[in-house]
Write a protein of this length. Structure first.
Length: 264
């Protein structure tokens, strides 16, 4: 593991320049440029606010207005989009860079790191703007905001471990990428982003707690909407799962990295 970290560190220039190039390429020849990073999730929040605000306001104890419901949605949508971007790009990263893997000699694990760095940059831009909006509107949660850091780290470990595992398997079984794209659509609606678990029937509530994203999204909402420390005790399950998935991902990668070149 230490040797792996050293290899990645020795290629830090390649990683940083690749992240910078990805960001620039993404908005090249675009009139609005980086504003698209904000426009897409903002449109998503606006649509859900218009559709669900009147229905959900009476059912969410911490939400008593359309404005408050928009903050509630942002807490879930922005962090979910970050998770989704890391996961969906990581599962295809080896396939997308097949030619690069065949032609150049470099630590292949640089590719998931570049994906993570690029997604994190996009997330930090829009989340910083969201925090500025909370500050200007008088809804900033104060020092409680610092408790987001460990939750983000858990989410990053979870998305990275699962993404690398799927990325390796996707090289050998191409249906995995297609199948997981469908899974993500269901996963979003099975996560309390536009609703809370308290609004669900009892029999659904018993099952939704097994969704590893549920405690993470709930924690973000507690911080950003209720302005209180999250229940960290609820995160031990997803934390353990995140470490296990990271271990599985690195094991699969090390075992099959040589075979992957032949499959690409």
């Amino acid at each position: 593991m230490l040797a792996l970290v050293k290899n990645l560190w020795s290629y830090r220039g390649f990683i940083v320049s690749s992240i910078q190039r990805e960001f620039q390429t993404q908005y090249r020849n675009s009139l609005l440029g980086g504003l698209w990073t904000v426009i897409h999730p903002a449109a998503m929040v606006l649509i859900y606010t218009v559709i669900f605000s009147q229905v959900m306001r009476a059912r969410l104890p911490a939400v008593d207005s359309t404005f408050a419901y928009s903050i509630y949605l942002c807490a879930g949508v922005l962090t979910w989009n970050f998770f989704s971007e890391v996961l969906m790009r990581a599962q295809n990263v080896f396939l997308e860079h097949g030619n690069l893997i065949k032609k150049l000699s470099f630590p292949r694990l640089c590719l998931p790191v570049i994906v993570l760095g690029s997604a994190t940059l996009n997330f930090l831009i829009i989340f910083t703007l969201f925090l500025i909006f909370l500050l200007v509107s008088g809804n900033f949660p104060g020092l409680v905001i610092l408790s987001i850091i460990p939750i983000l780290l858990i989410q990053i470990l979870f998305a990275t471990g699962l993404g690398i595992s799927l990325g390796v398997l996707n090289v050998f079984f191409r249906d995995i990428g297609q199948f997981f794209g469908v899974v993500m659509q269901f996963w979003f609606w099975l996560t309390p982003i536009v609703y809370t678990t308290s609004t669900l029937p009892e029999f659904v509530r018993r099952w939704i707690v097994f969704n590893p994203m549920t405690p993470l999204i709930n924690a973000y909402q507690e911080i950003l909407v209720q302005k209180q420390l999250p229940h960290f005790s609820s995160l031990w399950g997803v934390s353990l799962l995140s470490f296990l998935l990271c271990g599985l991902g690195f094991r699969l990668f090390r075992k099959h990295v040589g075979e992957m070149v032949d499959e690409l």
